[in-house]
Write a protein that binds this ligand. Sequence first.
Ligand SMILES: Cc1ncc(COP(=O)(O)O)c(C=O)c1O
Length: 444
Amino acid sequence: MTIIDTYIQRHPRSQALFRQAQTLFPSGVTHDGRYVAPFPLYVERCAGAYKWDADGNKLIDYWMGHGALLLGHGHPAIVAAVQRQMERGTHYGAEHELSLQWAHLVKRLVPGIELLRFTASGTEATMMALRLARAFTGKPIVIRFAGHYHGWHDMLAHDTNDASAPAGLYDGVLGSTVVAPTDLDYVEHALRSRTDVAAVILEPTGASYGAVPLPPGFLRDLRELTLRYGVLLICDEIVTGFRVAPGGAQQREGIVADLTTLAKILAGGLPGGAVGGRADILKHLAFGDAEWNQAHKIRHFGTFNAAPLAAAAGTAMLGIVAEEAPGVCAAALGERLISGMNAELRKRDLGGWAVYGDGSIFHIIAGCSVRFPPGELDPTAPPDELKRGGDPRLVQLLRLGMNNHGVDLMRGRSGFVSAVHTMDDIEATIAAFAATLDAIAAEL
Ligand SMILES: Cc1ncc(COP(=O)(O)O)c(C=O)c1O
């Protein structure tokens, strides 16, 4: 039986739910990344490193809450904190002490955070960071890098040099960002030739949490360059924060950005984000006299900013990050997974395939047009292929085939290892990968 036929046979209830979903949601999904033909999996419950789909199949989970669940599903300390908070109230319509504990932990862990504000999502955090940069510098333009994702709001939705606006975006907003390649000479030339640049924003390990890795030393050199030209650096640590090191990529690389955006692990698996950084920049969120409020203050509302449940989950999560550095254990498991999967590629001599990553974050490229030796990613691989994981047909087969073998890869081409995956889970994932490669070979 083909991979797709097996998938359909194993998941009748998911297929039925998807039929219903198509009458409710465009394409039947609530997030573009979950869309897959012939239909996505419907999940009923999760625990630790596992999820169970609507047909009762158990899967080792590598979506891990889109990267939010460094401690796996339902960590007892987080569950207890949220349950405690649930009984006390989900929204006070008031300031509350737990938000202070949460903020103290963020300040303690992330370099350069003197003041912060909580938001309801990562998208809101990067939107706020851009406003802060513009208000502080009085300049309009932000440099961002091709393919780097910072949420889906208008100001950062356009991530290519394509001159036409994507559907739904007003042409007028396109001019407010310059989309640069990850080439410091290009950035330096832009900074030298223009006087209207407020900030540079990036994902500090490369586009899509490292699917397109940055050249070595890029982050440090960019920090030096932005300082030299008096332009703010915004580090989007929404995925990398609290994961690649307790203080994120900045701590690991020994740099301090002017502004940092956070979400995901920050809120312990509940919705939440934050923007933090230099006090003189964050001052633009503070009240002053009438002239300041009119001309310099950024208005900031948001029903769910620092929401008590997110504060409870986030405080429990960051307390564990501060004490136990769970990212270290997750990274060791991730490294074993990457090397084991690459060994399977080598056994089958699959040129143009590789598994690579950054500790607990891994990516797969399947059938790249650059035929590098199996498992040895070539830095000249086209960035758009790296971002989508290679040949879309192979990515689809990999995604469904891994599901058939009890593993749920994020979008079929990436994954987040948590601190509660076990070495047995890793070995089972490598075996599932081997079986899926064989199933793909059988039908090509
Ligand atoms: C680097 C990065 N920035 C921003 C965002 C947007 O965060 P959210 O989905 O919480 O709006 C994401 C989400 O995946 C992200 O990966």
